[in-house]
Write a protein that binds this ligand. Sequence first.
Ligand SMILES: [Zn+2]
Length: 333
Amino acid sequence: MSHDLRVGEIQGKYMTEHEIWQHLNNFYYRSSVATSYKYVFFKALLENLYNVEDELTLSYDQIFYSFTNIYWNLIFHHQLAQSPNKNKPARAQTILQKYVNDYSVPSEWQFDQLEDSLQIKIVHDVKRDCKQNVIGAFYGDTAGVFYAFDIKRAQFRFNRPVYEFMKKYQRVLMNLTNYHLVKYLEKVNEATSTMALLSKIEVISKRSSLETFYKVLTQFEQNRCFYCHCDLSSSRRKTHVDHFIPWSFVQNDNLWNLVLACNDCNLQKSDKIATHFYLETMLIRNDYLSSNINEPFYFRTYQNTKLIDLYDYSIMNGYTTLWEPKKVLKKKV
Ligand SMILES: [Zn+2]
């Protein structure tokens, strides 16, 4: 059984897109699904495409942070069962439930509302108990073409052609995965409607607040809007933390993709990307931020080429309306 695998080598280093689609369709339409694990895991991979290191490796901590975050929000925030038998919950659910009970966490809370130290503890437990099952099972369903892994050494590495494929079709893959997850959840949960479920799943990883990032950014950006340079110091309420590349595409909150924006710019920009001029500005901003910030964690896997890549791929994925503010104030030197 593939979920018992502890090591997996990459099968097929020279995959064509046609072949990758075939494997993916097998996963979506033919593999057996006993719990929602596989869909949640694939969503976690899509959310972490831009967190890879040079050799396309991804840390288990990154993968299982996303996995736990999605899983927690499904089970507690939205009260959705994740397996057909209520008396036989998935292993990850049992782990999470224990924490909810031990710490008396209010049921409507999202995962990011827990204290950082508690989040780390929970992710650690889920990772320890689920890594073998989850990583091995998906590997088996996709005939080993997606990645190599080694459970004991906690290694995970994307197959390059598959990685490029996932970036190219990121949006469509996310939508497909959401759709299949919804279909599965509909089956194991009573009284749910597809549309209501889908709108929950599409934002399942979204944080309840970006306050932590606001605090970091205000230390460095002199409280000015990144886009129009207006002064933001007078009103916290009107200051937004904006995803430079829209959240709906990246589904991640890397500091290197976040800026401070005024109310007007944030509203007008909405789900669009900014013009190329702002990409250049953003690269300069990130150079400055990465060399001045005290927590190297935020820029651990960042490179300028990553942001450029993300910008280009967001356009390829349909974010074709470029936005810029109507009025820009002169920046004080
Ligand atoms: Zn502005």
